[in-house]
Design a protein around this ligand. Structure first.
Ligand SMILES: Nc1ncnc2c1ncn2[C@@H]1O[C@H](COP(=O)(O)OP(=O)(O)OP(=O)(O)O)[C@@H](O)[C@H]1O
Ligand SMILES: [Zn+2]
Length: 624
């Protein structure tokens, strides 16, 4: 039961919620039922069928409509007296600037990606507004509290980079189902249905690894007058037969590896031409034009199909994609919610797995890997939403001593499923809230300013509208109010090697990076390095700095990035050979370990100041 003070704070609070997805729907409902009356809600997305199982404010007839707006309307039906302002917009758009954020007493995140979370974190820091951050992954969830100067910010701890795989593993030497899924999604799907002109690392690697005769673009084009069925047969033989045979010629590659087996359609399905005769010819549409497996009578997506059925799904999905989406061919991007795309990728991945002696998986499992999906659990979202509201109330009543980061576990640890932990103090080496400089190792004569801007400043530092300066000289900036000649100058700088810039960037240069919207700035110390390992350091640049190495042992124990609805941990764990469930067990295992160490000072981890560490990490077992 809330105290009079809490009720008063709830009544007058102005809340900003970002995200109206799995957590967001629960949160909005819980907020209004708790008595909150003034809520602004931002979400950029529209409702999809796959959201309906857990985003209960939405119904089938809402599919395609704005999440923020529908969520608002749904809640107003049972609480017509609250003020909800819905923005169908990206939180990164300029209208949501520091002044906008300053209107609120607290910001509550229900997002699903690191980039947007970082952006909101910076705006909250700049505006001095507390942030309650959250995420769920299946049974796992967490709520963390970030108050400027009092607790760590969302970026005080480095987050794990999404799992990537060496290109040659994907193109030449797969050993796990996930390698075949990445191949099917990035190479096969993109090459057949996506933008063929787009530069693709996999292509260049394939070309390098292939003989001169294979250096042409793969013959994956539908020829004039060719039926889609015979095109699909040709694609099959090319990618699973001819390509594998070509790879086998490089005998050295297979000395210590199991050789793949070339697969040709006439061996797997000798009667396929008869089977497929007339099916999609001349624009004829199959009965169920959305799914190859339905047309083929394959009902159970959790069953592992035979190689023959995988071959059928592969061919049929190409046929149906051409029959139903012919205009979009050449522009398609893999979408985990597109049944045909998932069927194509699953079948292609399984056929490649079969060829390489890797276990085949069910469509259900492959879809999870391809879409980095850990199936969301509505109950976890509801629990997390409840915890967010509790933390928001503590903030609103200035009850900071009781603020807690709370982890929701799959299996009890110390008999607890909800594990509250005192928030950490700010990390004095954080490049965001403590403005500690970062270092960038880069070959200054081989890397261009564009590489630094795209691969580091935007991709790694989540700076959206960067201004890059050396001393008082601006090297790069964007913006509508720039003079034309400045735009030209900055654009031409992008294609210059660092050493060739008007004010050259060399070993020892300090670059300043700023983002006015985020009110963010940081310094990058440049360290020239000649060589980079292409496989391990594909960017040709490495970001280093105290921030990355300075974590105290107890900070390292925190769950990296936290589980999120469809994000960080998922990206980091999804797609290994093990099933997603195995992976989650592992994550949960780590979790248990974290908590174990939190309560029993672990000497092995060399906690230097045990007393201090324990104070910060104490698990408050008497909470709630
Ligand atoms: N930059 C952003 N601006 C505004 N809203 C965002 C931004 N990034 C993510 N979101 C929203 O955050 C919500 C996260 O919800 P959730 O994790 O349930 O994802 P989802 O897209 O609804 O589900 P799924 O990923 O499983 O299909 C989404 O509704 C998404 O639109
Ligand atoms: Zn910080």
């Amino acid at each position: 039961m809330a105290s009079a003070e809490e009720l008063a704070a709830i009544k007058k609070a102005k809340i900003l919620m970002v995200g109206a997805g799995g957590i967001g729907c629960e949160l909005l409902k819980t907020l209004v039922l708790t008595g909150f009356r003034d809520i602004h809600l931002i979400d950029m997305d529209t409702i999809e069928v796959s959201n309906l199982n857990r985003q209960f404010l939405f119904r089938k007839h809402h599919v395609g409509q704005s999440k923020a707006k529908v969520a608002r309307e749904a809640v107003l039906k049972f609480r017509p007296d609250v003020n909800i302002v819905a923005y169908h917009a990206n939180v990164k758009s300029t209208e949501f600037n520091v002044e906008f954020f300053q209107n609120f007493h607290v910001v509550l995140n229900g997002l699903d990606n690191l980039d947007a979370r970082r952006h909101v974190n910076r705006l909250c820091l700049a505006a001095g507004v507390p942030l309650v951050e959250s995420g769920t992954t299946g049974y796992l969830g967490q709520v963390t509290v970030h108050i400027k100067g009092k607790t760590e910010c969302y970026e005080c701890q480095p987050k794990p980079a999404p799992k990537t795989y060496p290109i040659c593993t994907i193109t030449s030497t797969p050993s796990k189902p996930v390698h075949c899924v990445v191949w099917a999604k990035e190479l096969a799907f993109t090459r057949l249905f996506g933008d063929k002109n787009q530069a693709n690392d996999l292509d260049s690697q394939t070309k390098e690894a292939s003989s001169a005769s294979e250096q042409q673009v793969l013959p994956l084009e539908l020829q004039e007058g060719e039926s889609v069925a015979s095109f699909a047969f040709r694609v099959f033989d090319y990618v699973f037969g001819h390509n594998i045979e070509a790879a086998l010629k490089n005998e050295d590659a297979w000395k210590s590896r199991r050789k793949p087996v070339p697969l040709y359609l006439n061996k797997i399905l000798p009667n396929i031409a008869e089977e497929f005769k007339g099916s999609c010819e001349n624009g004829a549409r199959p009965e169920n034009s959305c799914s190859a497996m339905s047309v083929l009578g394959l009902k159970n997506p959790q069953e592992v199909w035979s190689i023959e059925d995988n071959a059928r799904v592969f061919l049929k999905s190409i046929e149906i994609l051409y029959a139903t989406k012919s205009k979009a061919i050449g522009t398609l991007v893999f979408d985990k919610d597109d049944q045909l795309a998932v069927e194509f990728v699953s079948a292609a991945a399984n056929i490649r797995s079969y060829s390489f002696g890797i276990p085949m998986l069910s469509l259900f499992d492959l879809k999870g890997i391809a879409g980095n999906i850990v199936h969301a659990i509505a109950t976890t979202n509801a629990i997390i939403a409840g915890l967010i509201v509790l933390e928001a109330i503590k903030i609103l009543t200035s009850d900071f001593n009781h603020s807690r980061m709370t982890y929701c576990l799959e299996h009890p640890s110390k008999k607890l499923l909800l594990m509250p932990v005192e928030p950490f103090e700010p990390n004095s080496s954080c490049y965001v809230c403590s403005q500690t400089p970062l270092s960038l190792e880069v070959n200054t004569s081989k890397s261009k300013l564009r590489d630094v801007v795209e691969k580091i400043v935007k991709a790694k530092l989540s700076v959206h509208s960067p201004v890059i300066m050396q001393g008082s000289n601006i090297l790069y900036e964007t913006g509508e109010d720039l003079e034309k000649d400045m735009v030209l100058l900055y654009t031409s700088n992008l294609d210059k090697f660092l050493v060739d810039l008007p004010t050259p960037i060399t070993n020892g240069t300090v670059l300043s990076v700023e983002d006015f919207q985020q009110e963010f700035s940081c310094n990058l110390h440049i360290k020239h390095r000649d060589e980079f390992d292409e496989e391990k350091e594909p960017d040709g640049m490495i970001l280093t700095g105290k921030w990355l190495t300075s974590q105290t042992p107890e900070q390292q124990l925190n769950v990296p990035g936290g589980p999120t609805e469809g994000n960080n941990v998922v990206e980091a764990v999804a797609g290994e050979t093990k099933t997603i469930n195995d992976e989650l067990q592992e994550v949960d295992g780590d979790f248990a370990e974290i908590l174990e160490v939190n309560t029993v000072a672990d000497k092995k981890r060399k906690i230097q100041d045990e007393e201090q560490a324990q104070k910060r990490m104490r698990v408050s077992l008497d909470e709630r």
